[in-house]
Design a protein around this ligand. Structure first.
Ligand SMILES: Cc1ncc(COP(=O)(O)O)c(C=O)c1O
Length: 394
C-alpha cells in the first residue's frame, strides 16, 4: 500500500475540466453538444501574437530564461499597468509564471498552514478553496450577494478578520458570477484593512480588461496604503485569448518577491521562452482584436441574460464583467448538480453547477457565453423546450 501524504486528500479540483472531458466524450460518440462549460474565449489568439511566438522559436529562443521572466516582458508588464492604472510598478516586482493559477498557488502556499485562516470569495474560482485546504489553512468564505451584483460587503469581510487571518482573496470582475465589486466597496475594504496590518491581500484581476457598459476596472494596485502587502494576479489567458500558452504574472511586494521567485525555481524554473515573446507582442498591441472580442462578448451577454430570464424558474442578473452568466435557478426546484448532469446528458448543453464554486453557489448555474450567438441561441432553445416538456409532465 503506497502511503501518500494526508494533504493529498484535501486537494479539490476544477470541475469545469471534468465537464469538458465528459462533453468531449459525448461529442466523440456522435452527440451534438454545445459547450458553455469551460471558461475560455472562443476567439483564436490574435495573429500578431502568434507570429511573435513563432518568430521567437525560429530565432532560437529555445533555452531557459531567467526564473522571473525575460526583462523586456517584465518591462512590458510594468508599462501596461502604468497605461491601464497610472501606477508605477518596478519590473523587479513582476514574476512571470505559467498561467494565472500559479500566482494563486504560490500566494496561498506562502501564507497557508494549519492554524492560519484565509478569506476567499464564495461562490468563487474553485482553486482558491482547494489550495487553501491543501495548505492546511482554514478557508473562511466571503459571501457574494446576488442582490449586490455579486459583490461582497466590505463590512462583512472586515468582521471576519481574526488574529489568525493571513490572507484575503478578492476577484473582480469575477468567475463564476460576472460580478464587479464597486469602487466604494474596495475603498471601504482598504480603509478597514488599515486596522489589520497583519493581513495580506491577493487580488485576482485576470478579467480586468473584460468589462461592459464603459465601466472602468478598479485595480487594488491603485491603493498606495496596501502596496506593501498586495499580490496582484493577472495574465494573458482571458484578455488575449491565450489560455493554452500558459502565461501569467504576479506583482509581488518587494519583501515577498524572493520567496515567490524561489517557489518558481523549485516548481517550474521559468516559463516557455517563446510564450514570453508572444506575451510582449500581446501587451504592446495592436489592441483592436481585444476590443473586438469584448464587443462580441458584450452583445452575447445581453442575448444570454435575456434568454435565461425568459426560462421558467430562472432569474439572471446582468453580468458586469468576465464572460459568465450566473442565473439563480432555484425556481426550477431541481438540485443544481442534477440539473448540470441532465442538461448535458438529455439536452446536450454543458454548463457548470454553482456548487462547483463553493457551497454558496447552491441554486445557481454558470453559463460561459464565450461561444457564438448561434450556439447560445440553440442552447437556450434546447433548455427552454426541455423545461417545457418537463413542466408539462411529459
Ligand atoms: C478567476 C480566475 N483566476 C485565475 C484563472 C486561471 O487562469 P489561467 O488559465 O491563466 O491559469 C482563472 C481561469 O479560469 C479564473 O477564472
Amino acid at each position: 500500500m503506497l502511503a501518500m501524504s494526508a494533504r493529498m486528500a484535501l486537494l479539490g479540483t476544477e470541475s469545469a475540466f471534468e465537464v469538458l472531458a465528459r462533453a468531449k466524450a459525448l461529442q466523440a460518440a456522435g452527440r451534438s453538444i454545445i459547450n458553455l462549460g469551460i471558461g475560455q474565449p472562443d476567439f483564436p489568439t490574435p495573429p500578431h501574437i502568434v507570429e511573435a511566438g513563432r518568430k521567437a522559436l525560429a530565432d532560437g529562443h529555445h533555452g531557459y530564461t531567467p526564473a522571473n521572466g525575460i526583462l523586456p516582458l517584465r518591462e512590458a508588464v510594468a508599462a501596461d499597468l502604468h497605461r491601464r492604472h497610472r501606477v508605477a510598478v518596478s519590473p523587479d516586482q513582476v514574476l512571470v509564471v505559467p498561467g494565472g493559477k500559479v500566482t494563486m498557488f504560490f500566494a496561498i502556499l506562502m501564507f497557508g498552514e494549519p492554524g492560519a485562516e484565509i478569506l476567499y470569495p464564495n461562490p468563487g474560482f474553485p482553486i482558491y478553496e482547494s489550495v487553501i485546504r491543501f495548505s492546511g489553512a482554514t478557508p473562511v468564505p466571503i459571501a457574494l450577494h446576488e442582490a449586490k451584483g455579486f459583490s461582497f460587503s466590505a463590512e462583512e469581510v472586515l468582521a471576519k478578520i481574526t488574529p489568525a487571518t493571513r490572507l484575503i482573496i478578492v476577484n473582480s470582475p469575477a468567475n463564476p458570477t460576472g460580478g464587479v465589486v464597486p469602487k466604494a466597496e474596495f475603498d471601504a475594504l482598504v480603509k478597514g484593512l488599515e486596522r489589520h496590518p497583519h493581513v495580506a491581500i491577493l487580488s485576482d484581476e485576470i478579467y480586468g480588461e473584460i468589462l461592459y457598459d464603459g465601466a472602468r476596472h478598479t485595480s487594488l494596485l491603485a491603493y498606495p496604503a496596501i502596496q506593501d502587502r498586495l499580490i496582484l494576479l493577472d495574465g494573458w489567458s482571458k484578455t488575449y485569448a491565450m489560455t493554452g500558452w500558459r502565461l501569467g504574472y504576479g506583482i509581488w511586494p518587494k519583501a515577498l518577491f524572493p520567496f515567490a521567485e524561489r517557489l518558481a525555481i523549485n516548481c517550474h524554473s521559468c516559463v516557455n521562452a517563446a510564450a514570453q515573446y508572444a506575451g510582449i507582442a500581446a501587451l504592446e498591441g495592436p489592441h483592436e482584436p481585444l476590443q473586438r472580442m469584448v464587443a462580441a462578448f458584450a452583445e452575447r451577454r445581453k442575448l444570454i441574460t435575456a434568454g435565461l430570464n425568459a426560462l421558467p424558474g430562472f432569474r439572471c442578473a446582468m453580468p458586469g464583467g468576465a464572460f459568465y452568466a450566473f442565473p439563480n435557478v432555484a425556481g426550477t426546484g431541481i438540485d443544481t448538480r442534477r440539473l448540470e448532469a441532465q442538461l448535458l446528458d438529455e439536452v446536450g448543453v454543458a454548463v457548470i453547477s454553482g456548487t462547483s464554486f463553493g457551497a454558496y453557489g447552491e441554486g445557481y448555474l454558470r453559463f460561459s457565453y464565450a461561444a457564438s450567438r448561434a450556439e447560445i441561441e440553440e442552447a437556450l432553445a434546447r433548455i427552454g423546450a426541455w423545461l417545457a416538456r418537463r413542466n408539462a409532465g411529459a
